[in-house]
Write a new protein. Sequence first.
Length: 230
Amino acid sequence: MNIVNGFKFLNGRDQFDCNVELSRVRNHFIPFFDHAIEIDPFSSVRKRSYIKLRYNITTGLVSVADNQQYFQTGDANVADGGKIREFHQTPSEFIDTELFRVLLKNNKEYLERYSEQSSLEEMTLGIHLIRYDILEGDISYASPVWLHVDNEPLVFVHLIDLSLSVIGGDNIIADSNSNPTHVVRLENFMDTLILDKSVQHAVTPLSSKNGQSKRDVILFTVEDTIQNAS
Ligand SMILES: [Fe+2]
């Protein structure tokens, strides 16, 4: 499914009407993020939380899904695919945050493209809050760690926070032969990378050049029906 011709970068500042709105949304959401995440039970190099939502593109109604398990196939994730993972659940108050309303509003045109191509009006949104939390000399990394194509037909990587002292954490885009074609660095609040399944991608492992560093992101994803078979 080709939704953004592989990938698209959106500048964080452009996602808000003004700097006052940007600052207000950011200042309200960062404490929520801090409290929502826990150590990833499948890898202590990350902290994270997850919530699976149901979303109807026509009515705009959002609800928390009954099933909160996360599944990827083995070919989409060589590290953790093929098994059900249960993460710490993001508090359901997430859907009442102003940030979530901004995400839904700004991502809607792409969700509509997905809806048209899939003929699905009702979709599953998987929302991952992920912190790469690194001390100088340590390392953190994503799962899977290198180039892959997700099961998810549409992925938005929204930056929440990035320490200036972070080394790595760059998004790599590659063609189907695994040749890298682009490097994108999300630096500012709500800088966004949109990915579809027509490219491979990865994020480079992270370290800290000075003390403790972090990279906080929200992965706002549309899950494939294969991930929610029960
Ligand atoms: Fe991915």
